[in-house]
Design a protein around this ligand. Structure first.
Ligand SMILES: Nc1ncnc2c1ncn2[C@@H]1O[C@H](COP(=O)(O)OP(=O)(O)OP(=O)(O)O)[C@@H](O)[C@H]1O
Ligand SMILES: [Mg+2]
Length: 327
């Protein structure tokens, strides 16, 4: 009986699962109670809905930091919960996991990811770099691709179905949120959570000039500690956003300089293909064009591009030579 392949991205912001053309995406967080042992109470959005109402023994734990699993136990709980949900009773022995990872992980970091799946009861696990998920979206010639996630940005040049050159940078959407939070404190004198900063970013964040949008958000006043509602303008949070995206672009530029000269003109003439949640930032194409002087294409649904791409590679039989299942 052929085994079912499930593609899983245990990301810094989200846990994303692709199974039978369906994508499950939830914040990668669990509410854990430590009283008589360790007990998971809720996961993902359900856990976040309990912010403010959980008791003193509870804490919210995100098991992934900068693309790396830092808490294998909680990662195992989260994987077990969501994989059971998508499998709906399918026996585990018929399942193979394909886990999406950043480039350049150490052996210990790779083992940590495998261990999280073993803890969840899944024994057949193969790892694949996220940038390879973009292969179906570019052709076999030299192409530059970028995946901007919550904690990492992956940049690679792909050629003939493999990675020619790649690097991983510890900057992603979470860094943007952190800097937006700092900017709001600076200008409006209110403290907002990083989740509120993320909401601001998704609602009005933009790399375009002269954006007139605004969005109301609640925060605690620095002086009086009272709750204040402020209308935040897109223009006021543009600087922290462009600072982070400029850093990302600078790394892409330096990777171009490491390419063999024969590949540079080919790659530059073809432009950059982008995916990952962070690629949904408004104005990113023009921003890349302005600073990197190449054209940019952003996938229509960037948060799921990598999973869909890996699924396409599996279905067309192009992944066998890349995957290595440990049992
Ligand atoms: N419209 C949007 N504009 C800007 N950023 C966005 C938008 N939508 C989602 N994001 C950001 O995308 C990030 C999540 O993307 P994704 O799910 O690809 O990351 P991840 O896989 O969890 O993280 P990583 O790959 O770094 O481990 C978050 O930081 C989120 O704020
Ligand atoms: Mg990711």
């Amino acid at each position: 009986m052929p085994k079912t392949k499930i593609i899983v991205d245990m990301g810094t912001s989200n846990v994303s699962i692709f199974y039978k053309s369906l994508v499950l995406k939830e914040p990668n967080v669990a509410l854990i109670r430590r009283k008589n042992g360790v007990e998971p109470i809720a996961f993902g959005n359900e856990a976040l809905n309990l912010v403010g109402s959980a008791d003193e023994y509870c804490s919210f734990i995100n098991p992934v930091s900068d693309g790396v699993i830092v808490n294998a136990e909680v990662a195992g709980f989260i994987l077990s919960h969501y994989l059971k949900k998508v499998l709906r009773g399918n026996p585990l022995r018929t399942v193979e996991i394909i886990a999406v990872i950043p480039c350049g992980l150490s052996v210990a970091e790779r083992e940590n990811i495998e261990n999280a799946f073993y803890r969840a009861g899944y024994k057949e696990v193969a790892l694949i770099e996220s940038v390879l998920g973009l292969l179906p979206f570019v052709d076999g010639k030299g192409s530059a691709v970028m995946v901007i996630g919550g904690g990492t940005t992956e940049f690679a040049v792909l050629k003939d179905g493999a990675i020619l050159s790649a690097c991983s940078l510890n900057i992603g959407g979470k860094e943007v949120d952190k800097r937006i939070k700092e900017k709001v404190l600076d200008i409006y004198n209110i403290v907002i959570s990083e989740y509120a900063a993320e909401r601001l970013k998704k609602e009005i964040g933009s790399l375009y000039d002269n954006n007139t949008a605004s969005y109301e958000i609640a925060g605690r006043g620095v002086l009086d500690q009272a709750l204040h509602r402020e209308e935040i303008t897109a223009e006021s949070i543009k600087a922290p956003i462009s600072f982070c995206y400029k850093k990302i672009i600078d790394v892409a530029e330096s990777l171009f300089t490491t390419l063999p000269s024969s590949a540079v003109s080919e790659v530059i003439s073809r432009g950059l293909y982008l995916a990952g949640g962070g690629a949904a930032m408004q104005g990113l194409e023009d921003f890349i064009n302005k600073y990197l002087h190449i054209s940019a294409t952003i996938d229509a649904e960037p948060e799921t591009t990598v999973l869909r791409g890996i699924n396409e590679l599996i279905e067309s039989g192009k992944l066998h030579h890349i995957l290595n299942f440990k049992k």
